[in-house]
Design a protein around this ligand. Structure first.
Ligand code: NAD
Length: 500
C-alpha cells in the first residue's frame, strides 16, 4: 500500500536510532473512530538485515557484561515504565481500542516481568558440585543464545513484547522485535525508554513489518532463537520453520478457554468474573473465556438469567469514556470476521440470546456483547477461536461431561472451574488438560515469577514464556568438569572415567 501525502509513518529502531522505512506501508486505524491515524513501515529484507547486523555488533560486549550490570538497566527501565504508564496506555488504546484502565493493566503486567528480570544475577546462577569426583569440580553455566527475534500479536502490543525482551536481554542476548503492524507505536516508545535506562545501542532493535519481515528473521542464519505469540496457523509455521533452521523456538498460538460452572458455585461472583473475562478487551485476549460450561440445567438457567441482566447494562465506548467497560474491535476486517461467526452460530442452530451485530452505529469498529446458549461441540462457534465479544454457553449434565469438553478441545491455553467444593476443585486441577488452570479465577494468567504457556494447539515448543521457563529458553546450559594439576600423576585411561 502507498503512503498518503504528509502522513506520519511509524518506523524502525535500529542500532539505537529511529530509522525511516524505505519500503511500503500499512494503515493504522483508530478503532473507536474508524479512521486511519497514520501508517507503519513494512521492513524490507535490507532493513531486517540491518537490524540483525546491529544486534550482532552489540552482542559480545553486552553478553560479557556482569549480569548485575545488565539487571541495573532493568531497574531503571522499570522506573521509567512506571513513570510513563499513563502515556503508554494512551498510545496502546489509541491504536488498539481497549479501555485506558485495561491498557494500564497491560503495562503493569509487563512491568512485573521487568521486575522479575531485575533478579538476573540470582536467576543465572549455576549449580556447583564440589569434589564431584576426586579432585574434580562440576558446575553449570547459563550462557546466552545470541541474537533472539520476537514476533508479537496486536492484542497486547506492550505486554507481550515485555514478556520477551527484558528477560532475553538480562540473560545476555541481543534482540530484534517485530511488533504487530496493527498497533506498532508503543514498541518504539518502549525501545526509547530502555535506551534512556542505559541500554547500549543495538542491544534492542525494532523492525516494523509483516510476513516478509517475519520470514527474513526466521531464515536469518545469525538469529539463534525465536519467541512468537500470535494465531495458531502462524505459530505452527514458525515452529516448523525455526526447527528446520536449527533455531530454538517457542510459539504461542490461539485459544478457546472454558469456564466450568458447577452447581454449587457462588453464582454472583462467577458471573461478574465471567463477564469481565469474556468481554474485557472485546474478547481480544488469548486468555478470554469464550465458553461457559454450565453443569446441570438449573445452573444454566440461573447463569443465563444473571448474564442477560448484567450484559444489558455493559458500557461500550471509546477508551477514555468515563465508566467504559468494552471498546471496539481492532479493525473493520476483524469485526466483519467476528460478525460472520455470529451468522454461522445462528445458522448452525445455537440460540442467540444477545446479538452484538445490532450495536455498532457510528464509524468505530464496535460490536456489542453476544451471547449464545445451547451451543453444541460440533458448531464452528465452539470449535474455532473467534477472538471477539462472543460467549458460548454449553449445557452439560455432569462434571465428567464438562471435563471431556475441556480435555478434547483443540486449544488448551486456560481452563477455569467455579465451585465451593475443595474436593471437586482439586480434582479439576489434577484432571484438566490445559496449560493454565484457575480455581474461582476466570483469567489465570500466571504472575511473572511463574510461567505462561498452553498445551495442544495453544503452544508449540518446549518452553513457556517468562518465569524460570523464560530464563531456560533464553539461555544455553553448559556444564563444566574441572580439575587442577596436583602432585598425583594421572596416566592415560582408556575406559570411561567414573567416580568409583
Ligand atoms: P497473527 O498470527 O495474525 O499475527 C501475529 C504476528 O505474526 C504479527 O506480528 C504478524 O505480523 C505476524 N504474521 C501474521 N501473519 C503471518 C504469516 N502468514 N507469516 C508470518 N508472520 C505472520 O495474530 P494477531 O491477529 O496479531 O493476534 C491474535 C492471535 O494471537 C489470536 O489467535 C490470539 O489467541 C493469539 N494470542 C495468543 C497468546 C498466547 O499467549 N497464547 C497471546 C496473545 C495473542
Amino acid at each position: 500500500m502507498s503512503r498518503e501525502r504528509g502522513e506520519q509513518v511509524v518506523g524502525h529502531w535500529i542500532g539505537g536510532v529511529g530509522v525511516e522505512p524505505s519500503g511500503g506501508v500499512a494503515p493504522i486505524f483508530n478503532p473507536a473512530l474508524g479512521v486511519r491515524l497514520r501508517a507503519v513501515g513494512l521492513a524490507t529484507l535490507e532493513e531486517v538485515n540491518r537490524a540483525v547486523h546491529a544486534a550482532a555488533a552489540a552482542l559480545d560486549s553486552w553478553a560479557q557484561l556482569p549480569a548485575q550490570r545488565r539487571a541495573r538497566v532493568m531497574f531503571r527501565f522499570k522506573q521509567l515504565l512506571e513513570d510513563n504508564r499513563a502515556v503508554l496506555a494512551a498510545i496502546i488504546s489509541e491504536e488498539h481500542g481497549k479501555t485506558l484502565a485495561d491498557a494500564e493493566g497491560e503495562v503493569s503486567r509487563g512491568i512485573e516481568v521487568v521486575e522479575f528480570a531485575c533478579a538476573a544475577p540470582q536467576l543465572l546462577k549455576g549449580e556447583l558440585s564440589n569434589n564431584a569426583s576426586t579432585g574434580i569440580d562440576t558446575y553449570s553455566l547459563h550462557q546466552p543464545l545470541g541474537i533472539v527475534a520476537g514476533i508479537t500479536p496486536f492484542n497486547f502490543p506492550a505486554m507481550v513484547p515485555l514478556w520477551m525482551f527484558p528477560l532475553a536481554l538480562v540473560c545476555g542476548n541481543t534482540f530484534v522485535l517485530k511488533p504487530s503492524e496493527r498497533d506498532p507505536s508503543v514498541s518504539i516508545r518502549l525501545a526509547e525508554l530502555i535506551q534512556e535506562a542505559g541500554l547500549p545501542q543495538g542491544v534492542l532493535n525494532v523492525v516494523q513489518g509483516d510476513k516478509t519481515a517475519v520470514e527474513a528473521l526466521l531464515h536469518h542464519p545469525a538469529v539463534s532463537g525465536i519467541s512468537f505469540v500470535g494465531s495458531t496457523p502462524v505459530a505452527r509455521h514458525i515452529q516448523t520453520q525455526a526447527i528446520a533452521q536449527g533455531k530454538r523456538v517457542q510459539a504461542l498460538g490461539g485459544a478457546k478457554n472454558h469456564m466450568v460452572i458447577l452447581p454449587d458455585a457462588e453464582l454472583d461472583s462467577a458471573v461478574e468474573a465471567l463477564v469481565g473475562a469474556a468481554y474485557g478487551a472485546a474478547g481480544e485476549r488469548c486468555m478470554a473465556i469464550s465458553v461457559a460450561v454450565a453443569v446441570g440445567e438449573q445452573t444454566a438457567e440461573r447463569l443465563i438469567e444473571r448474564l442477560r441482566t448484567r450484559l444489558s447494562h455493559l458500557k461500550i465506548g471509546a477508551a477514555d469514556t468515563p465508566g467504559v467497560e468494552m471498546g471496539p474491535l481492532v479493525t473493520e476486517a476483524h469485526r466483519a470476521r467476528v460478525r460472520e461467526y455470529i451468522d454461522a452460530g445462528e445458522r448452525e442452530g445455537a440460540q442467540l440470546l444477545l446479538d452484538g451485530r445490532t450495536v455498532g452505529s457510528g464509524s468505530g469498529f464496535f460490536l456489542g456483547p453476544t451471547l449464545f446458549d445451547r451451543v453444541q461441540p460440533h458448531m464452528r462457534i465452539y470449535r474455532e477461536e473467534i477472538f471477539g465479544p462472543v460467549l458460548s454457553v454449553v449445557r452439560v449434565p455432569d462434571y465428567a461431561a464438562a471435563l471431556q469438553l475441556v480435555n478434547t478441545h483443540q486449544y488448551a491455553n486456560g481452563a477455569a472451574v467455579f465451585t465451593r467444593s475443595g474436593e471437586l476443585a482439586r480434582r479439576f486441577v489434577q484432571d484438566a488438560a490445559a496449560g493454565m488452570v484457575g480455581v474461582n479465577v476466570a483469567i489465570p494468567v500466571p504472575v511473572a515469577f511463574h510461567s505462561f504457556g498452553g498445551w495442544r494447539n495453544s503452544m508449540f515448543g518446549d518452553y513457556s514464556v517468562y518465569g524460570m521457563e523464560g530464563v531456560r529458553f533464553y539461555t544455553r546450559l553448559k556444564t563444566v568438569t574441572e580439575r587442577w594439576p596436583d602432585e598425583t600423576r594421572t596416566e592415560a585411561d582408556f575406559s570411561l572415567p567414573t567416580s568409583m
